[in-house]
Design a protein around this ligand. Structure first.
Ligand code: NAD
Ligand code: WQD
Length: 339
């Protein structure tokens, strides 16, 4: 049994990962400033697992708050989800993203070093592959320059952690490169609850389905893909959460810094997403084609062979499961976690 600090643990992926960690018999301490989440998610995680966790409301940029957490708990490893992730917003307020995501990550690893905790799993993103790599993306490909400031923060933190592990052999770091997480826990009690107008496709579709949004705008229909709309590698958030447990176990037994792609390897188009959602959930999604969104790539998807062979991880849930579970969460929680 290990004591795991989960930064950003009240968020979408963090809450699903906390549930899996608790069910695996570990203890969980969550540090989250609730800037994009609700404590309700953590209350429900405890309800679902019938286990308790420790929640500390705080910021990863607050060195004293971090030192207090490490002093109060015998932390064995850290899973680092805390960060801002809205691509469009990152173009408007880059300094906020650099401070929160880059300086925040530096603050966290400095506190880890002071506490002599050197096992870390970092939430990275397929965006670090940039624009020119061919799909399926492989971890040993040269990284590119992301098209947005958010993706840039992920690239910088990855490279910083790589250099840190080369300079100090005590570090054991996993870089998990997520593709497109969607879905929710089967119970429908926890799920994705974006603040304001959703940037991402899945929550937009479910908000149309539940009547919060009038119709879906499909950004572009003239891409060089099977049906002209963009293709992405969608991964069930529970499959993604389980990958963190496997990465944690791997890192508790090894040193150095290593990246793993977490995706299904199946490119799915926007139209396929809409049509499959309508079919499996029997809900019509009104839509219109509009112009392309700046920065979107036509198609990218993962080669996750390394995660399969080294972590023993494989995606278990189908696209249909993801779409059913996304809708199950949204229809039970039309306004998300708001009462
Ligand atoms: P989320 O916004 O639901 O969760 C992030 C959590 O971090 C929130 O609870 C927020 O309150 C917290 N947080 C933000 N800044 C903080 C700070 N300075 N101090 C403490 N807490 C802070 O997002 P998510 O979708 O769960 O993503 C989790 C991580 O995975 C993020 O780092 C994100 O960049 C990364 N990621 C997400 C996706 C995706 O499509 N959702 C894809 C790839 C990578
Ligand atoms: C998917 C597809 C859109 C909304 C982003 C970040 C990435 C990662 C995952 C953090 C695209 C289309 C979308 C809509 C649409 N996040 N779309 N109408 O852009 O692949 O990745 O989230 O790490 O870094 O870039 O995901 O869900 O925004 O879009 O047509 O209302 O759906 O054009 O082709 P994306 P997405």
């Amino acid at each position: 049994m290990a004591n795991i600090l989960v930064t950003g643990g009240a968020g979408y992926i963090g809450s699903h990962t906390c549930l899996e960690i608790l069910n695996a018999g570990h203890s969980v301490i969550v540090l989250d400033n609730l800037s994009n989440s609700s404590e309700e998610a953590l209350l429900r995680v405890q309800e679902l697992t019938a286990k308790s966790l420790t929640f500390v409301e705080g910021d990863i940029r607050d060195a004293s708050a971090l030192d207090q957490v490490f002093a109060a708990h015998q932390i064995d490893a850290v899973i680092h989800f805390a960060g801002l992730k809205a691509v469009g917003e990152s173009q408007q307020i880059p300094l906020t993203y650099f401070d929160n995501n880059i300086a925040g990550s530096i603050s966290l690893v400095q506190a880890m070093e002071r506490a002599e905790v050197f096992h870390l799993v970092f939430s990275s993103s397929a965006t670090v592959y940039g624009e020119s790599n061919p799909s399926p993306y492989q971890e040993n490909m040269p990284l590119g320059m992301p098209t947005n400031n958010y993706g840039y923060t992920k690239l910088i933190v990855e490279q910083m952690l790589e250099k840190l592990s080369l300079a100090d052999e005590r570090w054991s770091i996993a870089l998990l490169r997520y593709f497109n997480p969607i879905g929710a826990h089967k119970s429908g009690r926890i799920g994705e609850d974006p603040q304001g107008i959703p940037n991402n496709l899945m929550p937009f579709i479910t908000q149309v389905a539940v009547g919060r949004r009038e119709k879906l705008s499909i950004f572009g229909q003239d891409y060089a893909t099977q049906d002209g709309t963009c293709e992405r590698d969608y991964i069930h958030v529970v499959d993604l959460a389980k990958a963190h447990l496997l990465a944690l176990d791997h890192r508790l037994k090894s040193k150095g810094c290593r990246a793993w792609n977490i995706g299904t390897g199946q490119p799915i188009s926007v139209l396929q997403m809409k049509n499959t959602f309508e079919k499996v959930n029997d809900r019509k999604i009104p839509f219109e084609f509009v112009e392309r969104r700046f920065g979107d790539l036509a198609s990218f998807y993962a080669d996750s062979t390394r995660a399969q062979t080294e972590l023993g991880w494989i995606a278990k849930y189908s696209l249909e499961d993801m779409l059913v579970d996304s809708w199950n969460w949204q229809k039970q929680n039309p306004e998300g976690y708001k009462k």
